[in-house]
Design a protein around this ligand. Structure first.
Ligand SMILES: C[S@@+](CC[C@H](N)C(=O)[O-])C[C@H]1O[C@@H](n2cnc3c(N)ncnc32)[C@H](O)[C@@H]1O
Length: 351
């Protein structure tokens, strides 16, 4: 076999980002996918390029219905400038000037989520603390919010580049892709049956919606039961479909039914249900066709599905999957490679 053929294209590395560009964070191994995602959305005029592994810049951002529509970006902000490593006082002054008219503000200092980037994180944490102390002690600024959840907080992002410079920018939290530094949304689901529960918890945080108590959910590819258990904790009724066994800790739950069968043969008793969840380890295009069938038959209102992307041409497959699901008549689609997603991405579809 030609060894060149199997290899993924290396990101094109450049040095200095420019004021007025957008800076994006992604998984280290999704850098080229994000560049392609931006090229697809913005065309060549978007001048998308990798700055280093896990960090990309572009001219402008693809915004549709007030939302940034990119699958491989975890965080993104408009760049306001670059400061040299030792120029922290100038950075502090620029941030103060920017946030002085905001209702409240926060500062997040991070490095790209790559091996070398993660080595810079202890320094980022120290600088974040220093900026927080200095800016919150000044009497002329609005309140500093440590863990913001409200959309009208000004989110200042400061990224430590591999050359040592600080790239910074700001936006209202409501317009950001994530409220977590660099989009690293570390979720904790204490006592969860499986790690997969973190993906679903992150999806709910990303989307700002989750099943309400009493809603009816179907969970395809449910075993060992991390997602089902999270849904049960929210007070939902759950039909779990998986040929494999569920964890003994949720078996026999009064709001849970388990059908030990293939999701491709399962037909819901009293459609429509409120939510279809799907985390099946199966061929992604076939899973997309199955979800489209649920759409055509009007078996569900909402879908949250995780698709595996073990192949090379990830972006192409994301859009093939989206097109197949759209053919099912879903009118609203969003996709994102979440922090807890590995070689996979999460899709929301609304009927
Ligand atoms: C990643 S695991 C799901 C983890 C689960 N979401 C959790 O939170 O514990 C993937 C599951 O897909 C199931 N699966 C694969 N093919 C399936 C099919 N045709 N129908 C139903 N489940 C299937 C496997 O049995 C496996 O349990």
């Amino acid at each position: 076999m030609n060894s060149q053929k199997g290899r993924r294209k290396r990101p094109n590395l450049h040095s200095q980002p420019h004021q007025g560009k957008w800076i994006w964070a992604c998984r280290e191994d999704a850098t080229q996918d994000l560049v392609e995602d931006l090229v697809r959305a913005l065309g060549p005029k978007g001048e998308a390029r990798a700055l280093e592994a896990g960090l990309v810049e572009s001219k402008g951002a693809p915004i549709a219905d007030g939302k940034i529509d990119l699958t491989f970006a975890r965080q993104g902000f408009p760049c306001l400038g670059v400061f040299e490593h030792h120029d922290l006082q100038a950075l502090e002054g620029a941030i103060a000037e920017r946030v002085k008219t905001a209702p409240a503000f926060t500062v997040q200092v991070w490095a790209p989520d790559s091996e070398p980037g993660n080595m810079r994180m202890p320094l980022c944490k120290r600088i974040q603390e220093r900026l927080r102390e200095a800016l919150s002690e000044r009497g002329d600024l609005p309140p500093f919010v440590e863990h913001p959840t409200q959309g009208d907080v000004e989110l200042v992002s400061v990224v430590l580049r591999e050359g040592g410079e600080w790239i910074w920018g700001a936006q209202r939290l409501a317009h950001a892709l994530s409220r977590f530094p660099g989009g690293r949304a570390r979720m904790r689901v204490p006592g969860a049956v499986s790690r997969a529960a973190r993906k679903l918890e992150e999806a709910f945080a990303w989307l700002g919606v989750a099943p309400a108590a009493g809603e009816r959910c179907v969970d395809l590819g449910a075993a060992p039961g991390g997602w089902s258990e999270l849904l049960l904790r929210k007070g939902a009724w759950v039909v779990a479909v998986d040929p494999a066994k569920l964890s003994p800790s949720i078996q026999g739950h009064p709001r849970l039914v388990h059908h030990m069968m293939s999701a491709f043969r399962y037909v819901p008793d009293e459609p429509p249900v409120d939510w279809l969840f799907c985390d099946m380890a199966w061929r992604p295009l076939e899973v997309a066709q199955l979800i489209a069938k649920w759409g055509r038959r009007r078996w569900t209102r909402f879908v949250i599905a995780n698709f595996k992307l073990p192949m090379r041409r990830k972006l192409e497959n994301v859009y093939r999957i989206r097109a197949l699901v759209e053919e099912g008549g879903f009118r609203y689609l969003r996709s994102r490679q979440l922090y807890h997603d590995r070689d996979e991405f999460t899709l929301l579809a609304i009927a």
